[in-house]
Design a protein around this ligand. Structure first.
Ligand code: C5P
Length: 315
């Protein structure tokens, strides 16, 4: 029986603006999302026992329904019961390289990889939009993770509009290994503090959402104006995460002072990143920051922006 090996890349947020509430309890967002080469590797194979089994090399990754990879397999088995019955159960092995609970969509990209992997394993022939619609049921970032590249994401984050790729830039990422931020906490706290500024009227929300297309960051990305891109990075969630987590605020300052095009927190954090012109620049920034903060708990990654989502590495 075949085994598929899939590459599941992480994402960073070049832009995250919270514009309102949604009736489903989520927030209306305007984001610019970007995949990076830092990636998990997943192996998916039939196990012949009708169940779903998850294995992972990382001790903090749950192996049950709380894992999006598991939920993706469950969803596929419910949507395609005949295929699930014909092929038997599925074994999923995750080689975790993306830091956990870091604001890098590590869980979402594993879920996206399982959708793509089972589509191939079960020979379903699903289209990209069909896979993305399934992804919406799992989480707001999953549809983006399926396709990857550079995209404007609106609504809950599931409505995607691809824009020109930025794959020639490099990035240095930094995260305290033992620090994680709860995404629901970050959004709820933001709502408590800034809820009064939310747009209420659907027309205003639609108009704000559409402004991003002609906004300065999208223009800078289309023109590949690296300096402007770095200056225009933005994340509303910094307003609640940085005051609460002083270590993250300090890390952000040190990375910013170390150079590069621009520094920002990704998603709900606590990962902070600096966009760079080259690998050499990213490595120099990493060394400078390491010298400033001598904490063995602080981890760094130097990687490139990427134009791809889930990729099949081998069959
Ligand atoms: O969709 P996902 O499960 O990744 O979202 C995680 C949490 O982030 C949600 O439970 C919600 O608290 C918050 N969120 C939100 N609005 C969004 C996306 C996420 O409030 N558009």
């Amino acid at each position: 029986m075949r085994t598929y090996t899939l590459i599941a890349p992480a994402k960073i947020n070049l832009y995250l603006e919270i514009i309102g509430d949604r009736p489903d309890g989520y927030h209306e967002l305007v984001m610019i999302l970007q995949t990076i080469e830092l990636a998990d590797r997943l192996e998916i194979r039939c196990n012949g026992i009708q169940g779903i089994q998850l294995h992972c090399n990382h001790p903090l990754v749950p192996l049950d329904q709380t894992n999006l990879a598991y939920r993706a397999a469950q969803l596929m088995s419910q949507e395609f019961p005949e295929a699930f019955g014909n092929y038997g159960g599925v074994d999923i092995t995750i080689d975790k390289q993306i830091p956990v609970a870091a604001g890098l969509a590590g869980g979402s990209t594993d879920g996206a990889a399982v959708l793509v992997g089972l589509d191939l394993l079960w020979e379903l022939g699903l289209t990209l939009p069909q896979l993305q619609r399934l992804g919406e049921k799992l989480g707001s970032d999953v549809p983006f993770c399926v396709a990857g590249g550079t995209a404007i994401a609106t609504g809950r984050g599931e409505k995607l509009d691809p824009i020109p790729d930025l794959d020639s830039l490099w990035v240095v990422l930094a995260k305290y290994q033992n620090l994680s931020v709860s995404t629901p906490w970050a959004y709820q706290t933001y709502k408590k503090q800034f809820g009064e500024t939310y747009l209420k009227d659907l027309k205003n929300i639609e108009s704000r959402t559409s402004q991003i297309n002609s906004g300065p960051l999208v223009k800078a990305i289309s023109q590949k104006d690296r300096k402007k891109i770095g200056k225009l990075l933005h994340n509303d969630l910094e307003n609640v995460v940085l005051p609460e987590y002083s270590q993250v605020a300090q890390l952000r300052n040190i990375l910013q002072q170390a150079g590069g095009l621009g520094t920002m927190m990704s998603g709900s954090g606590p990962t902070v990143f600096t966009l760079c012109n080259s690998q050499a620049e990213a490595e120099t920034i990493q060394q400078k920051a390491r010298q400033e903060i001598k904490d063995p708990d602080l981890e760094f990654w130097v990687t490139k922006l990427s134009s791809t989502g889930i990729q099949v590495a081998s069959v």
